[in-house]
Design a protein around this ligand. Structure first.
Ligand code: AMP
Length: 542
């Protein structure tokens, strides 16, 4: 027997309709690509998103067609986002930090028909446009006054393009399993892989993200997503914030400490989300200028492990911290570290111990850890295993890749290695390919990195496994010092001594001017392994 409830498909555009109707005057504030601060609201975004849909239809875009955006977090990007999805086309967010050849590869693989882009990326697109035969038109997110001369095919000024539509348009209703958006993983090896979100998965993910123990913003809060729309739906915030009527502050192209601080402060932002590198820049700016953020209640940090010293710095500032883990394939939220009983009363270092884990999943994500043969491992907080996940907002296949990515129980292997404890708290110890295998035992590079950045002179640290004649691999700690600070190999090793098992201690420390990052802000270990491929440990050589 079926239930007798209304057939109300979970469609992404219903979110912005709801925001326009019930939170229409709630602001969306942007640092525009052109420079000035721009203010609009959900009612206007909804109205202009309808014009985007009309304009796309005029250009022949239909259900299932891919439309790419290569753009910063701005109000126009949000309009385009909902406008594309509202007609059942697929909003393909492309990461502009990728190499031009990778962008070309991705656009070709997705067969994008229109590319909607910011002024910033016009020059790079002009260079690769001849390699993008599927693209019929480029829409530049600006007005006539700022439009540059361009060789891009059928280029049009966004404001003119939507002005040619009257906005008298109704969004479509279709099956909630219809594809809505697409994002390629930034994989450091092999070709990028396309994750194809559905309307249903995005809406369910937004509801999940809204829970108090997840992103947890309300209609009275203000959220600044530093994490870009092209990094896994800005962790769902482009859906969750409008669904709650949360005021949005969009940072546009400027993500440096001073610019982010200015917006957080002037717009009285209560919640913000971003990767550790962004928070490092913010904290350095705040310390150097001796400034505070009294309105900031919650800093959400994910994408890479959040160092303990960073958690402490935000707590000392009076803000709460939420360490989150997830991935593009998971829409992306997987776990968040909130304190649940019996840990709510913990203080000091013991509180930090919990906040530093990657946390436990919200309803809608199931997890297990297994050995290489797929056998489940115990949740004892110590045993490392392959982390596997399942849920309604988790990928079951990649776009146009014909291979099974789920195990027999329907779980997706995240490629991360983690422990689980008896309370369900997960702790990432490594990417499976970064784990250091020393004498048959595993050493967590992330634990060592977290510890090393706790040294006051260290700006960033990376640990890689280097061949060792006796132990197979041993850890090499690579350190970038803070500007104007100094520390020796011995200083850093002494600082780490006693805080980890003796056999985990790095065999050497190498100092570098800069640590390379991927397009989503993660340490690029492949580049470091390459840089240190001829390195031998002093002890091993002796
Ligand atoms: P992406 O798909 O670009 O978001 O990358 C996902 C990967 O980033 C995960 O599989 C992890 O390896 C890593 N990651 C994300 N969040 C964290 C975190 N809080 N701690 C450690 N690694 C993380």
């Amino acid at each position: 027997m079926l239930g007798l409830m209304q057939d109300w498909p979970l469609l992404c555009h219903k979110i912005i309709e709801h925001a326009a109707k019930y939170h229409g005057t709630r602001e969306v504030v942007t640092r525009s690509v052109e420079g000035p601060i721009h203010r609009t609201n959900y009612a206007q975004i909804h109205a202009r998103a309808l014009k985007v849909s009309q304009s796309l239809e005029r250009d022949g875009i239909k259900l299932g067609d891919r439309v790419a955006t290569i753009a910063w977090n701005t109000w126009r990007h949000l309009e385009v986002w909902y406008g594309i999805m509202g007609i059942g086309a697929i909003c393909h967010t492309v990461n502009p930090r990728l190499f031009p050849e990778q962008i070309a590869w991705i656009v070709n693989h997705a067969q994008d028909r229109i590319v909607i882009t910011d002024l910033t990326f016009v020059p790079v697109l002009e260079k690769i446009a001849s390699q993008l035969p599927s693209v019929e038109r480029y829409v530049v997110l600006t007005d006539k006054a700022h439009m540059p001369q361009t060789t891009l095919k059928n280029a049009v000024v966004y404001e003119d393009w939507i002005a040619a539509s009257d906005g008298k348009f109704e969004w479509k209703t279709f099956d909630e399993n219809t594809a809505a958006a697409m994002c390629y993983t930034s994989g450091t090896t092999g070709d990028p892989k396309g994750v194809l979100y559905s309307h249903r998965s995005n809406v369910l993910h937004a509801l999940m993200a809204n829970s108090k123990d997840a992103l947890g913003t309300s209609a009275a809060d203000t959220m600044l997503p530093v994490v870009p729309l092209f990094h896994a739906n800005s962790w769902g915030i482009a859906f969750s914030a409008p669904s709650m009527g949360t005021k949005l502050v969009m940072p546009g192209p400027k993500l440096d400490g001073a610019s982010v601080y200015e917006l957080l402060s002037t717009e009285k932002v209560t919640h913000t989300a971003g990767v550790p590198t962004v928070w490092l820049m913010l904290l350095q700016y705040m310390a150097a200028n001796n400034v505070k953020l009294p309105d900031l209640q919650m800093v959400i940090c994910g994408g890479s492990a959040m160092p303990r010293s960073m958690i402490k710095a935000f707590l000392d500032m009076g803000s709460q911290v939420r360490h989150a883990w997830g991935m593009t394939e998971m829409s992306p939220l997987g776990t968040l570290a909130t304190l649940k009983p019996p840990f709510t009363e913990r203080t000091g270092e013991e509180r930090l111990d919990i906040l530093q884990t990657q946390g436990y999943p919200p309803f809608g994500v199931e997890m297990k850890i297994t050995d290489d043969a797929g056998k489940e491992l115990p949740w004892d907080g110590k045993t490392f295993g392959r982390l596997k996940v399942s849920g309604p907002a988790i990928a079951k296949a990649y776009f146009h890749v014909d291979s099974n990515i789920l195990d027999e129980e329907g779980y997706f292997d995240t490629g991360d290695v983690s422990t689980m404890d008896e309370h369900g708290y997960m702790r990432i110890t490594d990417r499976s390919k970064d784990v250091i295998k020393s004498g048959g035992e595993w050493i967590s590079s992330i634990d060592l990195e977290n510890l090393a950045v706790g040294h006051p002179a260290v700006a960033e640290a990376a640990v890689i496994g280097v061949h060792h004649p006796k132990w197979d691999e041993r850890p090499l700690l690579i350190v970038q010092l803070k500007q104007g600070e100094s520390a020796t190999r011995e200083d850093i090793l002494k600082f780490m001594d006693g805080k980890i098992a003796k056999w985990w201690m790095p065999d050497d420390v190498a100092f570098v001017d800069g640590i390379p990052h991927t397009a989503t802000g993660k340490i690029l270990k492949t580049a470091l392994r390459d840089q240190f491929k001829d390195y031998t440990f002093p002890t091993a050589a002796a």
